[in-house]
Design a protein around this ligand. Structure first.
Ligand code: SAJ
Length: 440
């Protein structure tokens, strides 16, 4: 039997041994779904704490159902380790490690490189490796393929298969999860694509689209997220003009989205956070320069989005001056919500934390409330605590309340009724009219 036939058979009879490298918001849900689908799954992570929590059946990812994790661990379908020697027994290894930017907004591909090296040392003949991390087009074939071949002495396409299949996890999304989100798969060669697609078809309740190469799959994922970044930048630019013209941008967007085709609503905000949207487009602009091509539209949207936190502070400064003849310096400001988006606890690249920094530069006296984040470590390494709760007595102490993340576990009507002034950068107070309320 050919390499492809052997793997397809193992996928069909569920004897395929599966590995997932990286047990974060992408890798753990993926490992859980593969184990639930009946495949013996090994999770790999360099963080001992994550390895121990998985082996104790203790969940730490919001999108994973605690009971499901506990059950598959108890049934021996899923275990975790930091020992890559276990790769030697695996047929299908997915890699879902971070692809951040470094200080200079350049791709930091070190996690992909390191995990590929670790896998290559133990890669067995007859296996397949699939990268899921969002990255620049070319990563799979130009970076991973040589590492895997040199590290294992095996030949890609003959002794093992290699493919790219971008993750599409939208943390906190109640409707679309790993299980039911369509998947795109692009292999080095058609056989690799077919094998990778076959496993996703066996595990997911979603369409699996095969594309002609890893590069197509790598670029389509970047297009998905660049599309978001640029459209958020566009609406942020509109928001700045709308405010200057005394127009309610939120009403404008809600009106535009009555168009049933050809328009998708994006809303302004205090900036763009998370581990994908602010970063992924710059994996592409970095790679484009290798072809002497610049992408000014992407750069421009990044500039606009990065300016939003200081724009929020400028607006706050004007509110205090106009309504209270107060300077921002020395004013007491309450920040409502520090996660990068509503109803999750993730602080990565959160614009709210940049807003806090910008306020502090102006001498404002800040506190924050976030029910999902009782504390956080600020840029000086200091632990900052959320105030315990928000109630009428507490709210009265602040000169200004700024809503930076619209968590739905807050009574915004009570906030507006009991605050001196509220600046809402997230439309959390939609439908509330008050003289002490201003929207971004
Ligand atoms: N944001 C706005 N205005 C908007 C939409 C978002 O300011 O209209 C901000 C959010 O507040 C947040 C940031 O942009 O700070 C990113 O938001 P996001 O909704 O794109 O959420 P992410 O980054 O957690 O997840 C995205 C996925 N989200 C959606 O498609 C809705 C998806 O693009 C990817 O699956 C995922 O990134 C990824 O892992 O690539």
């Amino acid at each position: 039997m050919s390499l492809k036939e052997v793997l397809l058979k193992k996928i069909e009879d569920k004897s395929l041994k599966v590995g997932v490298v990286g047990l974060g918001y992408v890798g753990l849900p993926l490992a859980v779904e593969k184990a639930i689908a009946g495949y013996e799954t090994v999770g790999f992570d360099v963080q001992e704490e994550k390895v121990n929590m998985v082996n104790e059946g203790r969940n730490y990812i919001g999108d994973v159902v605690d009971e499901k994790l506990k059950d598959i661990v108890k049934r021996g379908k899923l275990r975790a380790t930091s020992n890559f020697e276990d790769v030697a027994s695996l047929d299908f290894i997915a890699i879902a490690v971070p692809t951040p930017l470094d200080l200079y907004q350049q791709p930091d591909i070190s996690y992909v490189k390191k995990s590929t090296e670790d896998v290559s040392k133990h890669l067995k003949k007859g296996s397949i490796v699939v990268l899921e991390s969002t990255t620049y087009p070319g990563t799979t074939e130009e970076l991973m393929k040589p590492i895997l071949e040199e590290g294992s002495g095996l030949k890609c396409g003959e002794d093992f298969f290699l493919a790219f299949s971008p993750e599409r996890v939208d943390p906190g999304n109640k409707k679309y999860k790993t299980k039911n989100t369509p998947k795109v798969v692009g292999g080095v060669g058609e056989d690799a694509t077919d094998v990778a697609a076959a496993l996703y078809e066996a595990v997911l309740d979603a369409d699996v689209m095969k594309v002609s190469s890893p590069k197509v799959a790598e670029m389509e994922k970047i297009l998905e997220n660049t599309y978001r970044n640029v459209n958020i930048g566009l609406v942020n630019e509109f928001a700045i003009l709308a405010d200057a013209m005394g127009i309610n941008i939120w009403e404008v967007v809600d009106a535009a989205k009555t168009k049933p085709y050809g328009f998708q609503a994006f809303y302004p905000g205090p900036g763009v956070g998370g581990h994908c949207i602010p970063l992924d487009p710059f994996y592409l602009t970095w790679k484009a320069r290798e072809y002497d091509i610049h992408m000014p539209l992407i750069e421009a949207s990044g500039t606009i989005n990065d300016k939003m936190p200081s724009y929020v502070v400028d607006r706050s400064l004007r509110i205090l001056s106009k309504h209270f003849k107060k300077a921002l310096n020395g004013s007491k400001v309450l920040i409502l919500g520090i996660a990068y988006k509503a109803d999750i606890d993730d602080l990565r690249d959160s614009p709210a934390l940049v807003v806090i920094d910008e306020f502090e530069k102006e001498g404002a006296v800040l506190e924050y409330y976030d029910g999902f984040n009782p504390s956080y470590i600020d840029k000086n390494g200091e632990k900052v605590y959320s105030i315990k709760e928000i109630n009428p007595e507490v709210l009265k102490q602040y000169d200004l309340v700024v809503i930076t993340t619209a968590h739905t576990n807050v009574d915004y009507k009570m906030v507006v009724e009991n605050s001196k002034f509220v600046f809402d950068t997230r439309y959390a107070t939609k439908g509330i009219k008050a003289d002490n309320l201003e929207l971004l």
